[in-house]
Design a protein around this ligand. Structure first.
Ligand code: ZN
Length: 283
């Protein structure tokens, strides 16, 4: 999955970090797009995919910068640029997944996590209690209100993804009206007052109308595309397999046998890993 990189993310807040030529720039143009340059193939003969620009490449156009995090020795900064910046914004899904031309994994994860931070910096600017303009905390990644003292931290939304199986069959869906057309699993956000196991049961019932048992936690995944912390589960069908699909969100929902699932693990998502593990007979 996309966060499985070595070395991992060092997300400590370091307000004293200064940007320099070797730093990596995270520039976003609204939700879901990231500024990219073209990475040369190892032998230099052909372009091999998108990459994040360095400060050396972009500095003539950077109007603001803020230290974000570090991966190994590479430091990543959120930047804003003027309109003359010479690089294009690309779709973030395409940047991380590509069609044989995706970003290197650690840059994909950096772009996702940077995107999560970017949305928070962009959208949390005024105090929700008294409407005064917020200032950045000097000690932690948080914004504080100089008038009433309220503190605001980056928002992380707990969400679930569930691989529901019935013996040799897996419940797969496709989304309605989204760019992502491949097979998906049941997924959704936790709601107020729920345990995460209740979220799992409710989402499966709402989207497909089936009951489940033996809910089993698998792994979690930070998914900065929409600010989620995804928690992955497997679960078994309990009783009637008849599907009553939620038609507003889904285009299809059906049971598929192991041998009829045509799906290549994208190597970045919990969805891909869970479907691949089912095909391999892991549950
Ligand atoms: Zn306030």
């Amino acid at each position: 999955m996309i966060q499985e990189i070595v070395p991992g993310l060092d997300n400590a807040y370091r307000p004293g970090e200064m940007i320099s030529d070797d730093c990596v720039c995270l520039a976003f143009a609204g939700r879901g797009s990231v500024m990219a340059v073209t990475r040369a193939a190892a032998d230099g003969s052909e372009p091999a995919g998108p990459a994040l620009p360095t400060y050396a490449q972009l500095k003539d156009h950077v109007t603001e910068s803020r230290y974000a995090f570090r991966i190994g020795t590479r430091r990543f900064f959120l930047v804003e640029t003027d309109d003359a910046a010479p690089f294009e914004y690309v779709n973030l899904h395409k940047f991380i997944r590509g069609d044989g031309d995706r970003a290197e994994k650690h840059e994909g994860f950096a772009a996702m996590t940077g995107h999560h931070l970017y949305l928070w910096y962009r959208d949390v600017r005024y105090c929700g209690r008294c409407s005064a303009e917020l200032v950045h905390s000097e000690t932690e990644r948080a914004k504080t209100c100089p008038v009433c003292g309220e503190t605001f931290y980056p928002r992380i939304a707990p969400a679930v993804i569930v691989a529901v199986h019935d013996g040799d069959r897996l419940l797969l869906t496709t989304y309605r009206g989204r760019e992502y057309k491949r097979f998906a699993l049941i997924a959704g956000f936790a709601e107020i007052g729920e345990t995460i196991e209740e979220t799992v049961r409710r989402e499966v019932m709402e989207e497909t109308g089936v009951r489940i048992k033996n809910i089993c936690y698998y792994k979690s995944q930070p998914w900065g595309m929409s600010g989620d912390l995804l928690m992955g589960f497997t679960a078994e069908l309990d009783g009637d397999p008849t599907i009553r699909m939620e038609e507003k969100e889904l285009a299809s929902a059906d049971w598929y046998r192991r041998d009829e699932i045509e799906f290549a693990d994208d190597g970045v998502s919990l969805t891909g890993e869970l479907i691949r593990r089912f095909k391999e007979g892991a549950f």
